[in-house]
Design a protein around this ligand. Structure first.
Ligand code: NDP
Length: 398
Protein backbone atom coordinates (compact mmCIF):
# COMPACT_ATOMS: atom_id res chain seq x y z
CA UNK A 1 0.00 0.00 0.00
CA UNK A 2 1.63 3.22 -1.12
CA UNK A 3 1.00 6.91 -1.46
CA UNK A 4 1.98 8.45 -4.77
CA UNK A 5 2.35 12.11 -5.77
CA UNK A 6 1.75 12.58 -9.51
CA UNK A 7 2.94 15.87 -11.08
CA UNK A 8 1.35 17.19 -14.28
CA UNK A 9 -2.32 17.23 -15.24
CA UNK A 10 -1.79 16.81 -18.99
CA UNK A 11 -2.64 13.81 -21.17
CA UNK A 12 -0.04 11.52 -19.60
CA UNK A 13 -0.69 12.60 -15.99
CA UNK A 14 -4.40 11.97 -16.49
CA UNK A 15 -3.87 8.40 -17.76
CA UNK A 16 -1.37 7.57 -15.00
CA UNK A 17 -3.74 8.90 -12.32
CA UNK A 18 -6.67 6.87 -13.75
CA UNK A 19 -4.54 3.71 -13.95
CA UNK A 20 -3.17 4.12 -10.40
CA UNK A 21 -6.76 4.59 -9.21
CA UNK A 22 -7.65 1.25 -10.86
CA UNK A 23 -5.10 -0.46 -8.57
CA UNK A 24 -6.18 0.48 -5.00
CA UNK A 25 -4.42 -2.61 -3.62
CA UNK A 26 -1.11 -0.94 -4.58
CA UNK A 27 -1.81 2.80 -4.71
CA UNK A 28 -3.88 3.36 -1.59
CA UNK A 29 -3.55 7.16 -1.80
CA UNK A 30 -3.08 9.37 -4.87
CA UNK A 31 -2.33 13.09 -4.98
CA UNK A 32 -2.34 14.86 -8.35
CA UNK A 33 -0.60 18.26 -8.46
CA UNK A 34 0.00 20.61 -11.38
CA UNK A 35 0.41 24.26 -12.32
CA UNK A 36 -3.30 24.68 -13.16
CA UNK A 37 -5.26 23.06 -10.35
CA UNK A 38 -8.59 23.12 -12.26
CA UNK A 39 -7.14 20.49 -14.63
CA UNK A 40 -6.34 18.26 -11.62
CA UNK A 41 -9.88 18.70 -10.34
CA UNK A 42 -11.36 17.70 -13.73
CA UNK A 43 -9.22 14.54 -13.73
CA UNK A 44 -10.23 13.77 -10.13
CA UNK A 45 -13.91 14.07 -11.18
CA UNK A 46 -13.40 11.65 -14.06
CA UNK A 47 -11.64 9.19 -11.73
CA UNK A 48 -14.49 9.41 -9.23
CA UNK A 49 -17.04 8.70 -11.97
CA UNK A 50 -15.08 5.82 -13.49
CA UNK A 51 -13.69 4.11 -10.38
CA UNK A 52 -15.59 5.53 -7.42
CA UNK A 53 -12.28 6.60 -5.85
CA UNK A 54 -11.42 10.02 -4.50
CA UNK A 55 -7.98 11.45 -5.15
CA UNK A 56 -6.47 14.62 -3.70
CA UNK A 57 -5.40 17.58 -5.84
CA UNK A 58 -2.90 20.40 -5.31
CA UNK A 59 -1.41 23.40 -7.09
CA UNK A 60 2.36 23.63 -7.55
CA UNK A 61 4.98 25.28 -9.75
CA UNK A 62 7.37 22.37 -10.18
CA UNK A 63 10.12 24.69 -11.45
CA UNK A 64 10.33 26.04 -7.93
CA UNK A 65 12.31 23.66 -5.68
CA UNK A 66 11.14 25.31 -2.43
CA UNK A 67 7.48 24.94 -3.47
CA UNK A 68 8.08 21.31 -4.42
CA UNK A 69 9.81 20.60 -1.09
CA UNK A 70 6.87 22.13 0.77
CA UNK A 71 4.37 20.02 -1.21
CA UNK A 72 6.33 16.78 -0.73
CA UNK A 73 6.66 17.46 3.00
CA UNK A 74 2.92 18.09 3.25
CA UNK A 75 1.91 15.03 1.17
CA UNK A 76 4.62 12.62 2.42
CA UNK A 77 4.46 10.33 -0.63
CA UNK A 78 6.42 7.11 -1.11
CA UNK A 79 7.17 8.16 -4.69
CA UNK A 80 7.02 11.28 -6.88
CA UNK A 81 5.87 10.49 -10.45
CA UNK A 82 6.93 13.45 -12.56
CA UNK A 83 4.64 13.78 -15.61
CA UNK A 84 4.99 17.54 -16.06
CA UNK A 85 7.38 18.67 -18.81
CA UNK A 86 11.07 17.74 -19.27
CA UNK A 87 12.08 21.24 -18.08
CA UNK A 88 10.92 20.32 -14.55
CA UNK A 89 13.01 17.14 -14.17
CA UNK A 90 15.98 18.69 -12.35
CA UNK A 91 14.05 20.86 -9.86
CA UNK A 92 11.83 17.88 -9.02
CA UNK A 93 14.88 15.63 -8.56
CA UNK A 94 16.42 18.29 -6.29
CA UNK A 95 13.24 18.39 -4.22
CA UNK A 96 13.20 14.57 -3.97
CA UNK A 97 16.79 14.56 -2.73
CA UNK A 98 16.01 17.23 -0.15
CA UNK A 99 12.95 15.38 1.17
CA UNK A 100 14.31 11.82 0.83
CA UNK A 101 11.69 10.51 -1.64
CA UNK A 102 12.10 8.25 -4.71
CA UNK A 103 11.61 9.73 -8.21
CA UNK A 104 10.22 8.57 -11.60
CA UNK A 105 9.77 10.38 -14.94
CA UNK A 106 9.00 9.67 -18.61
CA UNK A 107 11.24 12.12 -20.49
CA UNK A 108 14.80 13.33 -20.02
CA UNK A 109 15.65 16.83 -18.87
CA UNK A 110 15.84 19.49 -21.55
CA UNK A 111 17.14 23.01 -21.07
CA UNK A 112 14.37 25.34 -22.32
CA UNK A 113 16.69 27.20 -24.73
CA UNK A 114 18.16 24.21 -26.63
CA UNK A 115 16.58 20.94 -27.79
CA UNK A 116 19.31 18.53 -26.60
CA UNK A 117 17.70 15.25 -25.48
CA UNK A 118 20.61 14.06 -23.32
CA UNK A 119 20.70 12.08 -20.09
CA UNK A 120 23.89 13.89 -19.07
CA UNK A 121 22.23 16.23 -16.56
CA UNK A 122 20.21 13.50 -14.88
CA UNK A 123 23.03 10.94 -14.86
CA UNK A 124 25.02 13.55 -12.91
CA UNK A 125 22.59 12.91 -10.01
CA UNK A 126 23.83 9.31 -9.72
CA UNK A 127 26.08 9.82 -6.66
CA UNK A 128 23.62 12.07 -4.85
CA UNK A 129 20.76 9.54 -5.16
CA UNK A 130 23.08 6.64 -4.29
CA UNK A 131 24.47 8.38 -1.20
CA UNK A 132 20.96 9.03 0.09
CA UNK A 133 19.82 5.46 -0.65
CA UNK A 134 17.16 6.79 -3.05
CA UNK A 135 16.09 5.53 -6.46
CA UNK A 136 15.41 7.64 -9.57
CA UNK A 137 13.85 5.78 -12.50
CA UNK A 138 14.28 7.63 -15.80
CA UNK A 139 12.04 7.34 -18.86
CA UNK A 140 9.21 5.08 -17.72
CA UNK A 141 6.91 5.85 -20.67
CA UNK A 142 6.63 3.87 -23.91
CA UNK A 143 9.58 5.21 -25.85
CA UNK A 144 11.66 5.67 -23.77
CA UNK A 145 10.34 3.09 -21.35
CA UNK A 146 8.67 -0.02 -22.75
CA UNK A 147 11.10 -0.05 -25.70
CA UNK A 148 14.01 -0.25 -23.21
CA UNK A 149 12.21 -3.06 -21.37
CA UNK A 150 11.59 -4.91 -24.67
CA UNK A 151 15.36 -4.73 -25.29
CA UNK A 152 16.13 -6.03 -21.77
CA UNK A 153 13.61 -8.85 -22.28
CA UNK A 154 15.34 -9.78 -25.56
CA UNK A 155 18.75 -9.83 -23.88
CA UNK A 156 17.44 -11.93 -20.98
CA UNK A 157 15.43 -14.49 -22.97
CA UNK A 158 16.53 -14.49 -26.62
CA UNK A 159 20.06 -13.25 -27.32
CA UNK A 160 23.64 -13.49 -26.14
CA UNK A 161 24.31 -10.25 -28.02
CA UNK A 162 22.05 -7.81 -29.87
CA UNK A 163 23.96 -6.33 -32.82
CA UNK A 164 21.25 -4.25 -34.52
CA UNK A 165 18.30 -2.53 -32.86
CA UNK A 166 15.56 -0.66 -34.73
CA UNK A 167 12.84 0.91 -32.59
CA UNK A 168 9.85 1.63 -34.83
CA UNK A 169 7.03 3.88 -33.63
CA UNK A 170 3.89 3.98 -35.76
CA UNK A 171 0.84 6.09 -35.07
CA UNK A 172 -1.75 5.07 -37.64
CA UNK A 173 -4.44 7.09 -35.87
CA UNK A 174 -6.44 9.92 -37.44
CA UNK A 175 -7.79 12.85 -35.38
CA UNK A 176 -9.40 14.63 -38.34
CA UNK A 177 -7.58 17.97 -37.82
CA UNK A 178 -5.35 19.32 -40.63
CA UNK A 179 -2.48 19.56 -38.10
CA UNK A 180 -2.16 18.63 -34.44
CA UNK A 181 0.41 16.88 -32.27
CA UNK A 182 -0.40 13.88 -30.10
CA UNK A 183 1.50 15.09 -27.09
CA UNK A 184 2.73 18.46 -25.91
CA UNK A 185 3.18 20.38 -29.23
CA UNK A 186 6.28 22.25 -28.06
CA UNK A 187 8.15 19.10 -26.99
CA UNK A 188 6.91 17.15 -30.04
CA UNK A 189 8.00 19.77 -32.60
CA UNK A 190 11.38 20.33 -30.90
CA UNK A 191 11.97 16.58 -31.19
CA UNK A 192 10.82 16.19 -34.81
CA UNK A 193 12.68 19.22 -36.18
CA UNK A 194 15.97 18.25 -34.50
CA UNK A 195 18.77 16.61 -36.55
CA UNK A 196 18.56 12.82 -36.85
CA UNK A 197 21.21 10.69 -35.14
CA UNK A 198 21.91 6.96 -34.90
CA UNK A 199 24.61 4.70 -33.46
CA UNK A 200 26.92 2.91 -35.85
CA UNK A 201 29.97 0.91 -34.73
CA UNK A 202 30.92 2.95 -31.70
CA UNK A 203 29.93 6.43 -32.80
CA UNK A 204 26.95 8.70 -33.46
CA UNK A 205 26.17 9.50 -37.09
CA UNK A 206 24.09 12.63 -37.78
CA UNK A 207 21.50 13.10 -40.54
CA UNK A 208 19.49 16.12 -41.69
CA UNK A 209 16.06 16.26 -40.00
CA UNK A 210 13.68 13.64 -41.47
CA UNK A 211 16.00 13.03 -44.45
CA UNK A 212 16.12 9.20 -44.16
CA UNK A 213 13.05 7.05 -44.51
CA UNK A 214 12.00 3.42 -45.03
CA UNK A 215 8.76 1.52 -45.55
CA UNK A 216 7.70 -0.91 -42.82
CA UNK A 217 4.81 -3.36 -42.99
CA UNK A 218 3.09 -3.16 -39.59
CA UNK A 219 1.07 -6.06 -38.15
CA UNK A 220 -2.61 -6.37 -37.18
CA UNK A 221 -4.05 -4.71 -40.27
CA UNK A 222 -2.06 -1.47 -40.01
CA UNK A 223 -0.04 -2.23 -43.17
CA UNK A 224 2.84 -0.45 -44.91
CA UNK A 225 3.82 3.00 -43.67
CA UNK A 226 6.69 5.38 -44.32
CA UNK A 227 8.96 5.74 -41.28
CA UNK A 228 11.56 8.47 -40.73
CA UNK A 229 14.85 8.17 -38.90
CA UNK A 230 15.00 10.44 -35.85
CA UNK A 231 17.12 10.72 -32.76
CA UNK A 232 15.30 9.49 -29.68
CA UNK A 233 16.58 9.65 -26.12
CA UNK A 234 16.45 5.93 -25.26
CA UNK A 235 19.21 5.27 -27.81
CA UNK A 236 21.71 7.01 -25.53
CA UNK A 237 21.26 4.62 -22.62
CA UNK A 238 20.65 1.52 -24.75
CA UNK A 239 23.97 1.81 -26.61
CA UNK A 240 25.66 1.90 -23.20
CA UNK A 241 23.75 -1.01 -21.71
CA UNK A 242 23.09 -3.53 -24.52
CA UNK A 243 25.84 -6.12 -24.91
CA UNK A 244 27.44 -6.18 -28.39
CA UNK A 245 25.32 -3.39 -29.91
CA UNK A 246 26.69 -2.17 -33.26
CA UNK A 247 23.83 -0.21 -34.76
CA UNK A 248 20.84 1.42 -33.01
CA UNK A 249 18.24 3.52 -34.78
CA UNK A 250 14.82 5.01 -34.05
CA UNK A 251 12.06 5.44 -36.65
CA UNK A 252 8.69 7.18 -36.51
CA UNK A 253 5.81 7.33 -39.00
CA UNK A 254 4.46 10.70 -40.14
CA UNK A 255 1.70 11.39 -42.65
CA UNK A 256 2.46 13.55 -45.70
CA UNK A 257 -0.10 15.99 -44.34
CA UNK A 258 1.73 16.38 -41.01
CA UNK A 259 5.09 16.80 -42.76
CA UNK A 260 3.78 19.39 -45.25
CA UNK A 261 2.33 21.53 -42.46
CA UNK A 262 5.50 21.19 -40.41
CA UNK A 263 7.67 22.22 -43.38
CA UNK A 264 5.64 25.39 -43.92
CA UNK A 265 5.69 26.27 -40.21
CA UNK A 266 9.44 25.72 -40.15
CA UNK A 267 10.02 27.74 -43.34
CA UNK A 268 8.17 30.75 -41.95
CA UNK A 269 9.99 30.57 -38.60
CA UNK A 270 7.09 29.38 -36.42
CA UNK A 271 9.07 26.47 -34.94
CA UNK A 272 11.92 28.66 -33.65
CA UNK A 273 12.67 28.32 -29.93
CA UNK A 274 14.58 31.60 -29.55
CA UNK A 275 12.68 34.73 -28.44
CA UNK A 276 11.55 37.24 -31.07
CA UNK A 277 10.75 40.85 -30.14
CA UNK A 278 7.15 41.76 -31.07
CA UNK A 279 5.29 44.91 -29.98
CA UNK A 280 7.75 45.46 -27.14
CA UNK A 281 7.44 41.87 -25.89
CA UNK A 282 9.62 38.77 -26.25
CA UNK A 283 7.73 35.91 -27.89
CA UNK A 284 9.05 32.39 -28.54
CA UNK A 285 7.39 31.41 -31.85
CA UNK A 286 7.04 27.72 -30.92
CA UNK A 287 5.39 28.60 -27.60
CA UNK A 288 2.95 30.89 -29.42
CA UNK A 289 2.25 28.13 -31.97
CA UNK A 290 1.44 25.76 -29.09
CA UNK A 291 -1.34 28.16 -28.02
CA UNK A 292 -2.89 27.97 -31.51
CA UNK A 293 -2.76 24.20 -31.98
CA UNK A 294 -5.37 21.79 -30.57
CA UNK A 295 -4.67 20.69 -27.00
CA UNK A 296 -3.47 17.05 -27.24
CA UNK A 297 -5.91 16.17 -24.45
CA UNK A 298 -8.77 17.29 -26.75
CA UNK A 299 -7.84 14.71 -29.43
CA UNK A 300 -9.15 11.80 -27.35
CA UNK A 301 -12.79 11.79 -28.49
CA UNK A 302 -11.84 12.34 -32.18
CA UNK A 303 -8.96 9.91 -32.76
CA UNK A 304 -9.57 6.60 -34.52
CA UNK A 305 -7.09 3.89 -35.48
CA UNK A 306 -4.14 2.19 -33.85
CA UNK A 307 -0.57 2.69 -32.70
CA UNK A 308 2.13 0.04 -33.04
CA UNK A 309 5.45 0.53 -31.27
CA UNK A 310 8.11 -2.13 -31.10
CA UNK A 311 11.70 -3.25 -31.44
CA UNK A 312 13.21 -5.21 -34.33
CA UNK A 313 16.41 -6.82 -33.07
CA UNK A 314 19.10 -8.89 -34.79
CA UNK A 315 21.88 -10.68 -32.95
CA UNK A 316 23.25 -14.05 -31.97
CA UNK A 317 22.14 -16.84 -29.66
CA UNK A 318 24.38 -19.88 -29.06
CA UNK A 319 26.53 -18.88 -32.04
CA UNK A 320 23.53 -18.70 -34.42
CA UNK A 321 21.97 -15.60 -35.97
CA UNK A 322 18.57 -14.64 -34.61
CA UNK A 323 16.03 -11.85 -35.31
CA UNK A 324 13.11 -10.89 -33.12
CA UNK A 325 10.25 -8.35 -33.25
CA UNK A 326 8.54 -7.41 -29.97
CA UNK A 327 5.65 -4.94 -30.19
CA UNK A 328 2.42 -3.60 -28.77
CA UNK A 329 -0.63 -2.49 -30.74
CA UNK A 330 -2.97 -0.05 -29.02
CA UNK A 331 -6.36 1.24 -30.20
CA UNK A 332 -7.12 4.95 -29.76
CA UNK A 333 -10.87 4.49 -29.32
CA UNK A 334 -10.49 1.70 -26.73
CA UNK A 335 -8.16 3.93 -24.69
CA UNK A 336 -10.68 6.73 -24.84
CA UNK A 337 -13.47 4.48 -23.64
CA UNK A 338 -11.37 3.28 -20.71
CA UNK A 339 -9.74 6.47 -19.38
CA UNK A 340 -10.88 9.35 -21.63
CA UNK A 341 -7.53 9.79 -23.48
CA UNK A 342 -6.07 8.83 -26.86
CA UNK A 343 -3.43 6.12 -27.27
CA UNK A 344 -0.33 8.35 -27.19
CA UNK A 345 -1.12 9.52 -23.66
CA UNK A 346 -2.28 5.99 -22.77
CA UNK A 347 0.86 4.24 -24.00
CA UNK A 348 2.92 6.67 -21.87
CA UNK A 349 0.72 6.86 -18.76
CA UNK A 350 0.30 3.09 -18.34
CA UNK A 351 4.08 2.37 -18.23
CA UNK A 352 4.48 5.31 -15.83
CA UNK A 353 2.00 3.57 -13.52
CA UNK A 354 3.70 0.19 -13.97
CA UNK A 355 7.14 1.72 -13.25
CA UNK A 356 5.65 3.27 -10.11
CA UNK A 357 4.19 -0.12 -9.19
CA UNK A 358 7.60 -1.81 -9.66
CA UNK A 359 9.17 0.74 -7.30
CA UNK A 360 6.58 0.87 -4.53
CA UNK A 361 6.23 -2.93 -4.40
CA UNK A 362 10.03 -3.33 -4.25
CA UNK A 363 10.15 -5.47 -7.42
CA UNK A 364 12.53 -2.85 -8.73
CA UNK A 365 14.81 -1.34 -6.16
CA UNK A 366 18.24 0.20 -5.91
CA UNK A 367 20.13 3.32 -4.94
CA UNK A 368 21.03 5.72 -7.72
CA UNK A 369 19.74 6.77 -11.12
CA UNK A 370 18.46 3.98 -13.38
CA UNK A 371 17.38 3.60 -16.98
CA UNK A 372 14.69 1.02 -17.58
CA UNK A 373 16.84 -1.65 -19.27
CA UNK A 374 19.00 -1.90 -16.14
CA UNK A 375 16.18 -3.58 -14.20
CA UNK A 376 14.58 -7.03 -14.44
CA UNK A 377 12.16 -6.90 -17.42
CA UNK A 378 10.01 -9.89 -16.36
CA UNK A 379 7.67 -8.34 -13.76
CA UNK A 380 7.21 -5.24 -15.93
CA UNK A 381 6.42 -7.31 -19.06
CA UNK A 382 3.89 -9.30 -17.02
CA UNK A 383 2.11 -6.14 -15.89
CA UNK A 384 1.98 -4.74 -19.45
CA UNK A 385 -0.20 -7.70 -20.35
CA UNK A 386 -2.49 -7.14 -17.37
CA UNK A 387 -2.75 -3.34 -17.44
CA UNK A 388 -3.84 -2.62 -21.00
CA UNK A 389 -0.67 -2.84 -23.14
CA UNK A 390 -0.37 -6.50 -24.17
CA UNK A 391 2.72 -7.33 -26.22
CA UNK A 392 3.54 -9.94 -28.83
CA UNK A 393 6.82 -11.33 -30.08
CA UNK A 394 7.63 -12.82 -33.45
CA UNK A 395 10.86 -14.71 -34.14
CA UNK A 396 11.80 -13.49 -37.62
CA UNK A 397 14.91 -15.69 -37.90
CA UNK A 398 16.71 -18.34 -35.88
P1 NDP B 1 0.95 18.10 -21.48
O1 NDP B 1 1.48 19.37 -22.04
O2 NDP B 1 -0.38 17.59 -21.90
O3 NDP B 1 0.93 18.18 -19.88
C1 NDP B 1 1.97 18.70 -19.12
C2 NDP B 1 1.40 19.09 -17.77
O4 NDP B 1 2.48 19.55 -16.95
C3 NDP B 1 0.38 20.22 -17.84
O5 NDP B 1 -0.72 19.91 -17.02
C4 NDP B 1 1.16 21.41 -17.32
O6 NDP B 1 0.41 22.37 -16.63
C5 NDP B 1 2.08 20.75 -16.34
N1 NDP B 1 3.21 21.64 -16.06
C6 NDP B 1 3.99 22.29 -16.96
N2 NDP B 1 4.89 23.04 -16.33
C7 NDP B 1 4.66 22.88 -15.01
C8 NDP B 1 5.24 23.42 -13.83
N3 NDP B 1 6.26 24.28 -13.90
N4 NDP B 1 4.76 23.04 -12.64
C9 NDP B 1 3.71 22.17 -12.55
N5 NDP B 1 3.12 21.63 -13.63
C10 NDP B 1 3.59 21.99 -14.84
O7 NDP B 1 2.07 16.98 -21.76
P2 NDP B 1 1.88 15.40 -21.86
O8 NDP B 1 0.97 14.94 -20.77
O9 NDP B 1 1.58 15.06 -23.26
O10 NDP B 1 3.37 14.92 -21.55
C11 NDP B 1 3.85 14.82 -20.21
C12 NDP B 1 5.29 14.32 -20.21
O11 NDP B 1 5.36 13.03 -20.82
C13 NDP B 1 6.26 15.20 -21.02
O12 NDP B 1 7.47 15.29 -20.30
C14 NDP B 1 6.47 14.43 -22.30
O13 NDP B 1 7.71 14.72 -22.89
C15 NDP B 1 6.42 13.01 -21.77
N6 NDP B 1 6.11 12.00 -22.81
C16 NDP B 1 6.84 10.83 -22.81
C17 NDP B 1 6.57 9.85 -23.75
C18 NDP B 1 7.28 8.54 -23.68
O14 NDP B 1 6.88 7.59 -24.37
N7 NDP B 1 8.32 8.36 -22.88
C19 NDP B 1 5.56 10.04 -24.80
C20 NDP B 1 4.77 11.26 -24.65
C21 NDP B 1 5.07 12.22 -23.70
P3 NDP B 1 -0.61 23.40 -17.36
O15 NDP B 1 -1.82 22.58 -17.57
O16 NDP B 1 -0.79 24.51 -16.40
O17 NDP B 1 0.06 23.83 -18.65
Amino acid sequence: MAKVLILGAGGVGSVAAHKCAQAPEIFSEIVLASRTVSKCVAIADSIRQRTGRTIETAQVDADNVAEMVQLINAVKPDLVVNLALPYQDLPVMDACLETGVNYLDTANYEPPDTARFEYKWQWEYQDRFREKGLMALLGSGFDPGVTNVFAAHAVKHHFDEIHVLDIIDCNAGDHGYPFATNFNPEINIREVTARGRYWERGEWVETDPLSWSMQYDFPEGIGRKKCFLMYHEELESLVRNLPGIRRARFWMTFSDNYLNHLKVLENVGMTRIDPVRYNGQDIVPLQFLKELLPDPASLGPRTKGKTCIGNVMHGVKDGKEKSLYVYNVCDHEECYREVGSQAISYTTGVPAMIGAMMMVTGKWQGSGVFNMEQLDPDPFMEELNKRGLPWKEVILKG
